[in-house]
Structure formats: C-alpha cells, structure tokens
Design a protein around this ligand. Sequence first.
Ligand code: HEM
Length: 431
Amino acid sequence: MNVPHEHGQRSREAAARGLTRRRLLAAGGGALGLAAAAGVGYAAGADDAGAERPRGDEVVPFEGARQAGIATPAQARLVFGSFNFLGADARELRELLRAWSDAARLLTIGKPVGTPAGAPLLPPVDTGEALGLPPSRLTITIGLGSELFERDGEDRLGLRTRMPAGLRPLGPLPGDQLDPARSGGDLCVQACADDPQVAFHAVRNLLRIGRGKVELRWLQLGFDANTATTRAGDTPRNLMGFKDGTNNIKVDETDRLDRFVWLDGGEPQAWMRGGTFLVARRIRMLIETWDHSPLDEQERIIGRFKVSGAPLTGTAEHDVPDLDAKGADGQPAIPLDAHIRLAAPKDNGGATILRRGYAYTDGIDPRTGLLDAGLFFVSFQRDPHVQFAAIQRKLGTMDGLTEYIQHTGSGLFAIPPGARAGGYVGQTLLG
Ligand code: HEM
C-alpha cells in the first residue's frame, strides 16, 4: 500500500494497522459509507463498550439522535475549546454551526476538511497535521453558552425566549477561585480522540473555518482520560493517584443515562430533547502539598484505599461503601468529610452525574514555581443546578479535598441533540 505523506511513529503504527486516512478515502462513498466500507462503524453508547479492538481504526459516527463524546467510552485525549461568537445574528450562528457540523462529519472519519494541496497561492484549506493519521475515535461535541441567548440583559441574537432553563448561570459556588480568562464562552467544542494530534487538528480547523465569526476564548488540553466510563480494563487513576470513576455512570447503563443525563420532554425547551448540559471545571490540584500528606490522610480524604480503590469499609474496588459503618474508635469508618460520602447520590437527594474528566498540566505557575496540574472535570447531566451544583455546594464547603484543590475555570453549555443525516448541530433551535 502506497501511503504518501506519512511520517513519524503514529503514521507507522497506523500503516501497520492497515488503515489510514488515505485508505478510507480510497474506499469511496459518502461519509458514513466510508466508515461502513472500512468495517469500522461504531455506535456511541453501544453495548460493546468493553470489546477489545485496535482503537486507531474505530470511527464514532458524528450523526445521530444524540451527540457523540458523552455516552462514548472515554478516549485517551481531550482538546476543549471555548469560543466567543462574533456574528451579528442567528443566521450567522446557523451558518457557523452548519459549517462546523459539515467539517466534523469529515474529521470524525479521518478525512481532511478540504484539500491540503490546492492552489499554491492560497492557504491550504486543511491545515494538514492529521494527514495519514487514523480516525482515532474522534468525537466533536458542540455546546451553546448562555450568553448566546442573553448578554448583559440584551437579546443579542433574538434567541432569549429559547434559552433552556438549565443553562441559567450557576452563580458563585463555594470554593470558586475562577479565572475569567479560563471561564465561560458562547460556544464550546469538546474534541476527544485516542491521538492528541487528531483532537488538536479538529479544534484548530473548526477555529479556522469560523474565522471572523468566532474567536478562541480559552483552550484546555487533557492528556489522559481520568474517569472510568466503562467497566472494561483497569479503572484509570487521577493525578492524586486514586482510581477515578469506580462509581461513575457507565456508558452502557442506558437506564441511568436516560434518567440522569439525556433530556426527554422534561425541559420546557423542546429543541433540547435528546440533548444534555455540560459542566466543565478546571480543578487545579495543589500537588506538592498532596504529595507531602500521609497515605492514611489521603485515603480518609477520598474515603477509599489508594492502591485497591476499595472503600474504607471494604476490600475490593467495587464493594459498596457502607456509609453507616463505625470504626473501632466508634467514629464513622468513612469520615464525615470524605469525598465519596459527600458526593454520593444518597447524600445529595439522589443527584447523579456522568463524569468524563481528563488530567491536565499547564507547566509551572509562574507566581509560585509550583506545578499547575490537576483534573479538567467534565460532567453531563439533565439539570446542572439540581445535579452538579448541588453536589459542588456540599463539596466546596465540607469536602476534605478542598484543602488540596482550587477550581480555577468553569463553563456551562447546553448540548443540543445530535445532527440528523445531512443536518447540523443546533438545527432544532435555528431551523
Ligand atoms: C480534583 C478534584 C476531584 C478529585 C481528585 C476527585 C476524585 C474522586 C475519586 C478518587 C472518587 C472515587 C472513585 C469514584 O467513584 O469515582 C470520586 C468519586 C466521586 N466524585 Fe470526585 N473528584 C474530584 C472532584 C469532583 C467534583 C467537582 C465532583 C462533582 C461536583 C465530583 C463528584 C464525584 C462523585 C459523584 C463521585 C462518586 C461518589 C459515589 O457515589 O461513590 N468529584 N472522586
């Protein structure tokens, strides 16, 4: 097989696996036809979440009743972009979302968004850095921020009456140390893939396509999926060294997803049916302080054993925590300020969220010389006020973890339903 323009380790791996962008192109047919021809169709939330297969070749379809990147087994890497919308009216927003959706349809099957070798006197349409790389399970999830609907009391795009109730700002939450330069945004793009360059290429090209209509407000890279979203394999560990996602909703738990994540007829805004709400929190860990705290203290703060991930009342990771058990000293075996006690649905009126977080590092904090690293927390829920914010209000005031973390960025976005065949994300809102 002749695969021009391929270089580097990733390309060699892709070639070894026998499927490249070039080969997908050669398969011919429409976007979804290509995926099917290559035998790599893969449904978001499919119940084969745990199946072993070479991940680089897998395609997660962009189109569907629901957007991908939510009930999709977490890919290894994240690039999350938040954008300011510069357009003047809803028509320009529609054009942007249509163009982004058309591009996403190509990117997610491993195709460039246009010819990278066109007219020599014009900039190439596709920026080129993903040529030769396989689809890598890329998902592109597009969200809408509250200021698209209303900014400073102004109905800027004529959409105010269409704003979903769940999108009203979360307001200050206990423990907030938010940097405005890392918070908010009119639009978001969550790109997840098993290859960091594929994810970066996606956001970069959407930015390029949106030139003049959007500007980047903040960008966050996540280098490792930190929260388990499937039962397959070992539970990943966060940068505090603890298994994360043991008690998360898993992407094949369709009943729980319907109950806690996907909007049905409950939201007064019918255009959001099949959608959800995304909360992003950039949570810096005070890693140097954490690394000097004794193991016993770390375990009491989380409420689980570090190595096994078992609750302090059990011996195996998936043992159910006994929140009523007392230790030999008569005190609660899982301390009253332990993270898993305070975050448990039982303690929060049943509030349950789908967590899909990534580890991040942004080098060194120049003010202190300490590591700037932590968890880029992402959660999906039907009502961020009743679910995420209710839990965070408790964590921010009582959680033993608060001494070791700072919430430095925040975003809340409505995630509309997925694009229908040939349609675009946002069509149910903008027609
Ligand atoms: C850097 C910050 C955080 C760290 C290091 C962290 C770590 C952990 C760990 C190790 C677990 C136990 C394993 C598991 O079931 O996933 C856990 C559970 C959980 N966390 Fe966090 N977490 C953080 C922030 C948050 C935030 C901001 C929320 C939501 C507001 C949250 C909600 C939850 C929930 C709902 C559970 C499951 C509780 C249960 O039902 O057992 N976490 N977290």
